[in-house]
Write a protein that binds this ligand. Structure first.
Ligand code: FUB
Length: 324
């Protein structure tokens, strides 16, 4: 089996892949990195992306990658300030809904929705962000007839500015011995345009103590880049650990969790961020992700990659080396 990673879009910088199978094909919804000249900082100002492309293919490791061009641009979003970060797309009744994080004109991240009649877009943005939305990295997962959105990201992703879904006056990052700040999960409304309930924390339990991971567990705890996939009857919640640069996962028995921490999927890649999607296609499992090798290590200029992913007999994901 070919385990070597493949760069998917060698002539442009694309990152943060969200990947789905629609109408028998793979569709990739990445962030579109660009050189903005903005200096690197902990707020992520250097990730100043302005549009999205969509890519499709039908043979993951060898097939031709079709670029469907610009499908949504910051100039076409009525409430836009700046920075189109990681998006995702879900299908319902033949329509396609793109969920995207974007700062408004006060530099506050919200999540917007844009709609298309085809998976390859183009997408038309709703006039306002989702009511009550905040932070970044929406990932939408369909389970039965319901869709769930996972979201959130620390530091530049602004999750530390909220508690119980309300904005705080002062951002609060938990001290070492408190439970770590974690992602949020919420069921979407029937029309896919709003949240149907209050978002809940995605609790990740330490298998040794049975307690939520702590802030000091930064080799294991959530930072950003939520993704959910289901294999058999198990729900795999995976995410980036941010400042320790790993992709880790935890397993539960329903979309809300709690999830029990299992281990690392991908060790650090070249570049500060790491971000992924896991998808089954034609009987094989794949990890889509990015690194900054082609840009010579520039963290804000990332390139899309894919490689096969495998499980052991107990359903554990085999760890991979991000430097491969
Ligand atoms: O692409 C901008 C941000 O970098 C994403 O939203 C994060 O997940 C990280 O990959």
């Amino acid at each position: 089996m070919d385990k070597k990673p493949r760069y998917l879009v060698p002539d442009d910088y694309m990152a943060d892949p969200a990947v789905h199978v629609f109408n028998g094909k793979i569709y990739i919804y990445p962030s579109h990195d660009r050189e903005s000249g903005i200096e690197e900082n902990d707020n992520g100002d250097h990730f100043d992306m302005k549009d999205y492309h969509v890519f499709s293919l039908d043979d993951v490791m060898n097939g031709e990658v079709c670029d469907h061009g610009v499908v949504l641009s910051v100039d076409d979003i009525p409430w836009a300030g700046r920075q189109l970060w990681d998006c995702d797309v879900a299908e319902k009744n033949g329509r396609y809904y793109m969920y995207f994080p974007l700062k408004d004109r006060n530099d506050v991240f919200h999540i917007g929705v844009a709609i298309a009649d085809r998976p390859e877009g183009p997408f038309t943005a709703q006039p306002d962000p989702m009511r009550g939305s905040y932070s970044i990295d929406p990932a939408v997962f369909k389970d039965g007839e319901s869709h769930y959105m996972y979201f959130g990201g620390l530091w530049g992703g602004q999750l530390q500015r909220y508690r119980d879904n309300k904005a705080l006056e002062n951002p609060y990052l938990q001290p070492d011995d408190e439970p770590a700040l974690t992602a949020r999960v919420v069921r979407l409304s029937d029309d896919m345009l709003q949240m149907a309930e209050e978002p809940r924390p995605v609790v990740i339990l330490d298998p040794e103590t049975g307690q939520p991971l702590k802030a000091k567990d930064n080799e294991k705890r959530f930072f950003e880049a939520s993704w959910m996939h289901k294999r058999g009857d198990r729900y795999y919640f995976s995410y980036s650990t941010g400042d320790t640069h790993r992709i880790c996962y935890a397993v539960g028995d329903n979309p809300y969790g709690p999830f029990v921490y299992q281990g690392c999927i991908l060790s650090p890649v070249v570049g500060w961020t790491t971000h992924h999607a896991i998808v089954e296609y034609k009987g094989e499992w794949y990890l889509f992700y990015h690194d900054s090798v082609p840009s010579g290590g520039k963290t804000w200029l990332r390139s899309l990659k894919v490689r096969r992913l495998s499980y052991d007999d107990e359903g554990r994901i085999m760890e991979m080396d991000g430097m491969d």
